[in-house]
Design a binder for this molecule. Sequence first.
Ligand SMILES: Nc1ncnc2c1ncn2[C@@H]1O[C@H](COP(=O)(O)OP(=O)(O)OP(=O)(O)O)[C@@H](O)[C@H]1O
Length: 583
Amino acid sequence: MKHGVFWRLLFFVKPFRLWAFFAVAASLVIVGIDIFIAYFIKVLTNDAIDQNYSELFRHMIMVFGAVVCGVLFKYIAKFSSVKFSAKSLESIRNALTQHLQKTAVEAIENRQTGDIIARMTNDTYVVQNYFTHKFANLIYHPLVFISAIIVLAFINWQLVLITTLLTPIAIIASHMITKPIERHVKQLQEHLGEGNAVLHDTIGGMSIVKAFNARDRIVQQYETIMNEALSKAVEVEKRRAWLSPLTIFLQMTPVILCVVYGGYMAVQGEIGVSDLILFIYLLFHIGMSVAVIPDLIFSSKEASGAAGRMFEILDHPVEPTGSDVLKPNEAAEAVVEFAGVSFQYSEGSRILDHVSFTLPLGQTFALVGPSGSGKSTIFKLLCGYYEQQEGEVKLYGQQLRQLQLDELRSKIALVSQDTYLFPATIAENIAYGNARATMADIVKAAKMANAHEFIIALEKGYESFVGERGANLSGGEKQRLAIARAILKDAPILLLDEPTSALDTQSELLVQEALGRWMKGRTVLMIAHRLSTIAEADEILVLDGGRLVERGTHKQLLKQDGLYRKLVAESLSHDQGDLIEIG
Ligand SMILES: Nc1ncnc2c1ncn2[C@@H]1O[C@H](COP(=O)(O)OP(=O)(O)OP(=O)(O)O)[C@@H](O)[C@H]1O
C-alpha cells in the first residue's frame, strides 16, 4: 500500500480504533486458544498412548471447551472488524460527500458525474471489503505464525527451519505475481467509472439519444469502454488465478517435508510420536498463515489502488471562502460593483476584459451581448463560483472574496436557464432556498410565479414527487417552479438568467408581471434576449467579447449607433411580433 494512501486511511480509521482494538484482542485470544489446543493434541496423544482414558476424556472436554471459546472469539473478531470497516468507510464517505459540496465548481465542472459516483461507490466498496474480510487476517496470521514457530522451536529446530524456508519464497512470489495489480485495479476502476459516466449521461439525455438515433453509437462507446474494463479484469483475474496453486504449494510443501523428515526422525527415536503429531498440527496453522500471504498482498494492492482513486476526490481544491459577514447596507453607493475585472477560466483565453460597472440599490439591469460574450460568467463571479484574476468585485461595498460564501449566497437568488429540480416533492423543491418556509409561504410563492394552477392540477398537488430531471413537467412549468423557489428565498439581489425563456407568450406575460411585482425594491441583474424584457430595465449593460462596450437606457442606447442598436435590429428582423419602440 502506498505511503500517502496508508496515512490517509489511518487518519480516517483512527476514531474507530476501539473496534480495531477488539478485533486485535479477540485475534490474540484466538491465537492463544489455537496454541492451547495444539498443546492438548500432544497431551491427548500421550493419554491415548498411555491408555489413560479418564484423563483422555477430561482433556477432550477441555479441548472442546477451547474450541467453543475459539468460535466465540472468532465471532467477536469478525464482528469488530465489520464494525470497524463499516464505521471507517462511513466516515470516509461522509468526508467525500462533504468535500464534494465544498469543492470549487471549476474542479468538477468538466468532470464526468458517473466517474465521480463510481469513485464514491465502487472504490469505497473495494476498500470496505478489504477492511471487512482482510483486517482480522492481517493480525491473526502473523501472530499464529510467530507463536507456532516459537512452540515448534522448543521441539525441533531443524523442522522449524524446513517450515520457515518457504516464507521468503511466498513473499517474493506474491510480490512478483501481484506487482502490476495496483495499476490494473486503478485502470479497471477508471474504465468502470467511464462506463458509469456514459450510462449516467445516456439516461440523462435519453430523449436526445433517441431523437438523434445515437443509440448504436452510445452502445458502441459503452461496449468499447467495457471491453477495456474486461481486459483489465482478466489481467487481474489471471494474476489472482496464480494465487490458488501457490497457496496449495505453500500449505502442503512444509507438511510433506516435515512428515517425511519428521517420520524419519521418529523412527530414529530423535522425536516422540506426540511431538510429531503436535508439530504436524501446528504446521497446518503455519502453512495457512504462509499461504494467505499472496492473498493479503494481492488484496492490499487492490485496496490501495481503489483508495488512491477514492482519495483523489479529496484532492480537488475547495472553494476559497472569506470570513466576513455580508451586511446589506442601504446607504452603500452600489449593491454590486465590478471594478476593472478581468477573468479567464483555467483553460482558454480571457473571457472578461477590464469590466467595470456599478448597480445601485433597487434597480433592474439587463445584461445583453452576443453569445459567448461573458454574460453568464459575470453571474458565476457574483455567486463566488470563480474568482477574478484582476480587479475587484464588491457587494454593498464589501470585497466579495473576503465574504463567507454561505452568507453571500444567502443574499442572492439565482434563476438560471437550466432549471435543476431536486429529487423531492414540489413543495420541497420550492422551499429549498428557505428552510423556515411554511406551506402557506410555499403556496404564496407558487401563486406569484404563476405555478399554483398547474401544481394543484397534478394528482398529488404540492406533494407530487419530481424526478431528478423533472421529466413529468414541461420546460415552462419547471421554470416557474425555479422562479417560485427564488421568490421564496426572499434575497435582496436577484440574478435572472433568461428566466422566461421556456415560457409561451401567455405564461411569460403572467410571469413577467409576477416578477415585476417581486423585483420591486430589489437589485436585479438579468440576462435577457427578449426585447420586451430588456426594454423595461432601468439600465442596459452591453457586453462584447468580454468588454463592456455600452451602458444606458433602451432609448439612449438606440440613439447610439452601436452594438445594442444592431442587436435590436437583428432581433426585430427575427421576431416581428415583439413590440418595442425604436428611437
Ligand atoms: N467552465 C468553463 N471553462 C472554460 N471556458 C468556459 C467555461 N464556461 C464558459 N466558458 C467560455 O467562456 C465564454 C463566455 O461564456 P458565457 O457562458 O459567460 O457566455 P454568455 O455570454 O453567457 O453566452 P450565452 O448567451 O450563449 O449563454 C465562452 O466562450 C465559453 O466557451
